[in-house]
Design a protein around this ligand. Sequence first.
Ligand code: SF4
Length: 179
Amino acid sequence: MNINATLINLYHVCKREMWLHAHAIRMEHTSDIVYEGKLIGETTYPQRAERYTEVEISVEPTVQDGIGLAAKIDFYDPHNGVVHEVKKSAAKEQAHIAQVQFYMYVLRRNGIKAEYGIIEYPKLRQTERVELDKDGENILEGWITNASRIIESEQCPPLLAKPKCKSCSYFDFCWSGEE
Ligand code: SF4
């Protein structure tokens, strides 16, 4: 079982979506929203290529928990130990913070400096600073354990309330046949 940043993000958005994603039931490729997000991530700060490096790291599962961790960080500043993330969203979300905290946690588990994170919201023209202290790490470990338990279950988690599903790529999958 491997937990990655996408799953930790989805854990905070919708546990059913996390489960569907983990079980390789994918709808994202049809989503213009996802494409737009990638586009903003690739084009908004082209000058940053020299300052930041891409990092792909993992933590092997232990015999005790059987949970491996994997992270692919697009913008890591190795000099200052800062994780940057760009979000196209017009709203700040807890899921974004959790994702960056996960990156920081996996870096630290590999002995790599992770002082803090910065989430940039080009549409909002705002940034959000992300911290991860010892308590935060304990909470994050709880998310990882819970996410793993949910994904390992054969039972797909229940639907969210319909208004929360409007922009989800699984909308038709989840709601066809529902009232
Ligand atoms: S449509 Fe709603 S219930 Fe289904 S995965 Fe998306 S957010 Fe979750």
